[in-house]
Design a protein around this ligand. Structure first.
Ligand SMILES: [Zn+2]
Length: 65
């Protein structure tokens, strides 16, 4: 990745998100997400499939190389 490309790409991280919303199709089914940095707090938020719900249970994931 060149310098110019890095400057255009927002900081992002890979995490395993686990939804805690009752009756959500993804409830307790961890899935990998790519998250971009927020200006606010919390810094990284995954969005649930159900509108308006967010997932704050985010585990670090080791990327295979
Ligand atoms: Zn959900």
């Amino acid at each position: 990745m060149g310098v110019e490309e890095a400057e255009r790409t927002p900081p992002s991280i890979h995490r395993i998100a686990r939804c805690r919303t009752t009756d959500c199709p993804a409830e307790d089914r961890p899935f990998e997400v790519v998250l971009y940095e927020n200006a606010g707090n919390p810094k990284y938020v995954a969005v649930c499939g159900r509108p308006g719900d967010t997932i704050t249970d985010l585990m670090e994931v080791e990327l295979a190389t």
